[in-house]
Design a protein around this ligand. Structure first.
Ligand SMILES: Nc1nc2c(ncn2[C@@H]2O[C@H](COP(=O)(O)OP(=O)(O)OP(=O)(O)O)[C@@H](O)[C@H]2O)c(=O)[nH]1
Ligand SMILES: [Mg+2]
Length: 327
């Protein structure tokens, strides 16, 4: 799992996400050590009229702390199977739904195990066993159970950090900017929208999905910058490319396909055109445009330069035409 797989523009306004959960509200997950510490500290504060009562109260407190904690983490996650397709598949690509299920299952297992240990401890104290001995052994067993799920707790915390970055989308039309790596997609998106993705002269600079907001002929649009795609079958695509494909598949009302005819991106025109024809077979509204017109004279397609600003109005015109009848 990579960190910060998906990015959002700093300046974009908050929009409601039509999801049954808010990924930004996923709670921080403590490490095994922190969790044990927290629970035992709470139990330490407990009093009672005598040793026996105090020991029972301590164990009851531990029972509540663990039950509440595990319950809160587990219930903060949605039923992933019921999420809208884009989010379900995206979460699967960036963190793995199987891994999430496994880790949440491990928490549920630990909860059951700990509750059973505590009930047994309370029974033993009530039955006359030395409270100090029972407390010591129950604490030891609880620590060992929590340590067993240490990796799951860490995974859930990393997953939370990644999922918090999932972009929120409004109902405005979505323009997805796609193409080979290094062709000038991010440069175009930063001109058309609020988002300023990183631009660099090497391929696969953009690893995240950036959602920027823009206005085209007074119509609000969402402009998505995607990682570069190579011309190869889906099963050979890497995680970064798969994120771009998900945007095309589920979100795009209009796809601006950026072609760099100077080949300074490092990829031939032939490969770029081959990808274009592939995408056109699969998706509607794929509009090919040339980038870097400051470096070439080809004008058989609409082109733009992010350096001189040439052609940007024409690109806006194409987008306007494309989204006119959408939502
Ligand atoms: N001369 C010229 N260079 C450009 C233009 N647009 C982008 N570049 C350069 O091309 C390189 C790639 O630009 P990016 O916008 O990062 O390209 P990208 O398609 O987003 O790249 P990835 O995120 O790696 O897929 C950078 O060095 C840019 O400065 C342009 O219109 N003219
Ligand atoms: Mg980019």
């Amino acid at each position: 799992m990579e960190d910060a797989e998906i990015g959002r523009g700093e300046t974009e306004e908050e929009v409601s996400l039509d999801l049954c959960f808010n990924p930004r509200k996923l709670p921080t997950v403590l490490t095994a050590e922190e969790l044990v510490d927290k629970a035992f500290r709470r139990a330490k504060k407990v009093s009672g009229r005598n040793k026996k009562e105090r020991a029972i109260n301590k164990l009851s407190t531990l029972s509540n702390v663990f039950k509440d904690y595990f319950g809160r983490i587990i219930s903060s996650h949605p039923s992933y199977q019921n999420l809208p397709d884009f989010y379900r598949e995206l979460i699967d690509v960036v963190v793995g739904i199987g891994n999430l299920r496994k880790s949440l299952g491990a928490l549920a297992w630990a909860d059951t195990k700990i509750q059973a240990l505590i009930s047994k401890g309370i029974r033993e104290i009530k039955g006359g066993k030395n409270p100090d001995v029972v407390i010591r052994s129950t604490y030891g067993r609880i620590s060992s159970v929590v340590n067993q799920i240490g990796k799951n707790l860490e995974f859930l915390n990393r997953a939370k950090n990644v999922m918090r970055e999932i972009p929120t989308l409004s109902n405005d039309p979505v323009v997805v900017v796609a193409g080979y790596p290094n062709v000038g997609k991010s440069s175009l998106v930063s001109i058309l929208s609020t988002v300023k993705p990183e631009v660099a002269s090497y391929p696969f600079t953009t690893k995240k999905i950036f959602v920027g907001r823009g206005e085209i002929n007074r119509r609000k649009v969402q402009i998505i910058d995607t990682p570069g795609l190579l011309d190869r079958p889906l099963h050979k695509r890497n995680k970064i490319e798969r994120k771009a494909i998900l945007c095309l598949k589920y979100l795009a009302d209009c796809i601006i396909f950026v072609i760099d005819p100077t080949e300074t991106c490092g990829y031939s025109m032939e490969s770029q055109m081959s990808l274009f024809h592939e995408l056109r077979k699969e998706f509607h509204s794929v509009i090919p445009v040339y980038s870097k017109t400051d470096l070439h004279d080809l004008r058989d397609k609409i082109g733009f330069s992010s350096v001189t600003g040439e052609g940007i109005e024409e690109i806006k015109g194409l987008i306007h035409e494309c989204i006119r009848d959408k939502r």
